[in-house]
Design a protein around this ligand. Sequence first.
Ligand SMILES: Nc1ncnc2c1ncn2[C@@H]1O[C@H](COP(=O)(O)OP(=O)(O)OP(=O)(O)O)[C@@H](O)[C@H]1O
Ligand SMILES: [Mg+2]
Length: 509
Amino acid sequence: MTEPVIDRALVELRGVSKRFGGTQALDEVSIEVRSGEIHAFVGENGAGKSTLGKVIAGIYTADRGGVVIDGAPVDRWNPGIAQGRGIAMIAQELALVPDLTVAQNVFLGAEEHRLGVLRRNVDERFAALDAEVGFGLDPRARVRDLRIAEQQKVEILRSLARDARVIVMDEPTSSLTAHEMSQLEDLMRTLRDRGCCVIYVSHFLDSVLGVADRITVMRDGRRIDTFEAAAVSKHQLVTAMLGRELDQAYPDRPAAPGADQAPVLVARSVRTRTGVEDMSFEVRPGEIVGLLGLVGSGRTECLRAVFGVDEIVGGAVEFGGRDWTGRTPKHSIDAGLILVSEDRHKDGLVLQRSVRENIALSSLGARALGGVIRSGQEKREALEVARSVEIRPLDIELPVGWFSGGNQQKALLGKALAASPKMIILDEPTRGVDVGAKRAIYELIVRLATEGIGVLLISSEHEEVMELAHRAYLVSEGRTFAEIIPTETTVEDVLFQLFHVASGEEAAA
Ligand SMILES: Nc1ncnc2c1ncn2[C@@H]1O[C@H](COP(=O)(O)OP(=O)(O)OP(=O)(O)O)[C@@H](O)[C@H]1O
Ligand SMILES: [Mg+2]
């Protein structure tokens, strides 16, 4: 192996512009990424980060400007050519084949007989690759059965299997646990030290500051600045991203409902076949209640069962004073119990349809009953909802798939609001959303509670629950084991309890 040459430009973009309809996604962007660096792209939703990554990876070709690889301009550019030049991208919207296994996805289309090397058993090659990064994935599991965090790991292995020397990771950490995130950061460092360039697109500025060598800030399709990570503060980054100072991150918590109020949603010792052992909680109208746990603790699974997606095999659920055990999602939606799931594509949005249609889908059932869909009204309502969640650009006739990741998340929330919920369950509502838009979502949560709607909130950013919820339950291994009042404790204390229980120290004591 030859010594990696550090600080050589691997990919250079010169004055690249890219337009989608009326949106200037990239505007004269010049940038170079070098061997031996972790180069982060940060910016608000819709700033152009993914588009920039996709031009680098050959998925999009620029309208104007050029791509230079290893010092030589390229005249043709597509994903195949880019891959041949050692450039891979882990897209924000994962692109795995759900019906194939983990190992099949990892090696799909990879040149395995290069240099005449004997094709080794796929399981064996997989094990070697997986051991290198320590993910511990089951090669034979079907991708469709994996959680998003696991699917992201499969994507990462896919690019490693291709010996990429430039790897664009578009929000790879958005649904990983803290531990998985630090594993991934270690992996990025390993790749860098081998002379690769890792392009790291993320909204987790702390992680970016901790791991990146250089940070490029994008805003409105333009490259605003590129900083040496060691010489820039989080405050400077946020200000460059927004083009202004950020107001306070969280709105004030609304007043808590009286303890005498009857709960709108109750779970009593719920058990499922999906890993929920014994979960109990209640939510009153106008109350924001959090579930705090590590990824994989069973929070999502419990909520799916309460909503009616998965079967409940023990315990009971009550909604609006009625027994709600074993209902279907349709029952729940019709009665105003709404789940906004963490996987916006699988469970939430129809990408080819417009924002208006997606928003209307949730309330269409009721309206179509009369046989006629009042389209003028539908349009006005959809626009109002889209505005309240700050979808940008505010054009509800565009297909949802055309919007940036964070704006798709806002569309999903809009869809839930249009269904006139009595009780809303939010699973990772700010995943992939930028700092400015997060604040808009927090305000929305507070507004819902103020209007008397019960809110159940799951977030892996524990701070969100701690800053917004009136009460929260701690969850580990499928059980709710404690209840806390966020204003009376700290994130550190919560984490301590979560890890303490998860590591089984309690049982040993
Ligand atoms: N395929 C497409 N068709 C139409 N418009 C697009 C397409 N891809 C991106 N855009 C638009 O280009 C702009 C830049 O989008 P991009 O996905 O690059 O943003 P981003 O910085 O990655 O945002 P996020 O943080 O939300 O992922 C957005 O306004 C988006 O709506
Ligand atoms: Mg993006």
